[in-house]
Design a protein around this ligand. Sequence first.
Ligand SMILES: [Mg+2]
Length: 310
Amino acid sequence: MTIASDHVSRMDRAMAVLHGLSVGDAFGQQFFSPGIPQWCVSQRKPPPPVWNYTDDSEMAMGIVEVLAEHGRVDQDALAIRFGERFAAAPARGYGQAAIRILHAIAQGEPWRSVARAVFGGEGSFGNGGAMRVAPIGAYFCDDFGEVVRQAALSAEVTHAHEEGIAGAVAVAVATAWCCRQPRGAELSGTEMLEAVHRHTPDGAIRLGIEQALDVPLDTWEFTAANLLGNGSRITARDTVPFCLWSAAANLDWFTSAMWATMRVEGDVDTNCAIVGGIVAGATGVQGIPSKWIASRERLQIAGISGEGYS
Ligand SMILES: [Mg+2]
């Protein structure tokens, strides 16, 4: 696969959703901090800066670096990036299985055997493949087949279980669908969910998307989370269906999507990262308040300025 002639505009889209993902991650993470006043939530006042990002953004930046260099998901290059970024900043809230995998990769062990070895040889079915994948959906948005292939490749480096991979595929397709819509058009969250359902492989994640399609988009978010999960189990199955639903219910309004998603608690930073990446595909970076972007800790991406991308 050669690098596409429109690589620069693909990278612009990938950067826009990276902003959505990382602002969501950093915003959500603030609610784990002690001392966030309750009025921040009740009055929808964003927490005071600086909002530090977590593992979700670290790994998404690794993906963006690989896309920038290779124009595709080169799994060996991605494993090296993940390992390097983990070694440089290990205290970013990585889960225990991720720490084992990334530590081994950083020590030079082959990612294929490491990623398979966790959870009794089944591989991880956690939400880590889904939380970082939005830039892939943005980069390949013109071709859903390629979105599915590249998202699966990106997940497999750390999440070898089919549910870990399917969660990443579903979030990438949702992001791609959003990026394909004309800016300013009235968007149908139901159509987005239907497209994701069509492209997600059979299994528990696809069943979760069927459940999400049965929850009307004007349902109270707490009711939806009770039915679909809120990520508190840290699995793709417990995370991705609700996040897709919450994005679908708030496709045209980034901040509304963030508040609705954080209020149901669970894996708040990852939930907001997933929803933020998808919704930024629809709104563009212009849909994210500049104050929110300025509140987020500056991104660190090799070869790319973290600021000023559109
Ligand atoms: Mg995190």
